[in-house]
Design a protein around this ligand. Sequence first.
Ligand code: COA
Length: 306
Amino acid sequence: MSVRVAGIGTALPEKVVTNDDLAQHMDTSDAWIRERSGIGERRVGGSTVDMAVEAATAAIAAADLTPDDIGFLVLCTTTPEKTFPASSAMVAAGLGITCGAMDLNVVCAGFPYGYVAAYGMMTTPGGPDRVLVIGSDAMSTIVDWTDRGTAILFGDGAGAVVLEKSPQGELLGQDFGVNGDLESILYCDLGDTIVMEGRQVFKRAVRAVTGSVENALAQAGISAEDIDVVLPHQANIRIIEAVTQRLGIPMEKTFNVLEHTGNTSGASIPMAMAAADEAGVLEPGAVVLMSGFGAGMAWGSVVVTW
Ligand code: COA
């Protein structure tokens, strides 16, 4: 038995903050931010639960289903709205459903973890026929808006997919890991804002993602040139360029939204997936790579056939 993506949805808050807006109250510029990160603007003012419900509703509609068809819900988030209940329960309430629901926090690497967790759950005896996997993060709520090292990078958003049991959609390979010793280069204390050593995170991310993709490909028994579509975590276009160059994958195979969204953490890979879907490249049988990294330092890659 396999699992396919039956529907994709996204949500962004209305308020746009451009690089020029940021440059009005910190020592930075549109040119610097674009050159160093590829980001031109981001959205702010979203709530994790509201954005998740909006993206999930769109994904369910795209799959021609109703919320009652969902058998389980996974919410990948770094910005839960309360200590408890889990935000996933609030999202389920927003959708009007009572299936099992759980939060999953692997920060910016969350979506591949959620995808494989859902896949595993669906393929165990008695597992649900359809799982909603959502990435939703209101990063603007944990950014220090006076810190030019981090404020330029992050934004709010959500992306959701409906996974469904299907004869097509094979999981070919996966690779996950964390290096908890690196906490000091990227962390956010409870109730506080993001602290980051950007240059260190950049270097480690390139190394971790490259290695992780290599491991997932080796497990799948395929090579980089077999990949048709790359859905990378949307942190910095230079990280995506460095990784694809090392792996020998043409940038044209990657789908990116960060110019208009910034880094939306757990939402970024499903948003890249929506962009790939819009471009019409997610054909049945296409080999698709999703790869993320984030604080932890955590990484996760999954290779599937569409
Ligand atoms: N605007 C203008 N200048 C800035 C700046 C800003 N927003 N932020 C830093 N600078 C300055 C620095 O002070 C430094 O000046 P100096 O040379 O006089 O010391 C110079 O620009 C270069 O800084 P550096 O930190 O080396 O830049 P960089 O090329 O590494 O880019 C990041 C900085 C943050 C964009 C980059 O390191 C990055 O994206 N790292 C990964 C972060 C990430 O992905 N985090 C999320 C992980 S999920």
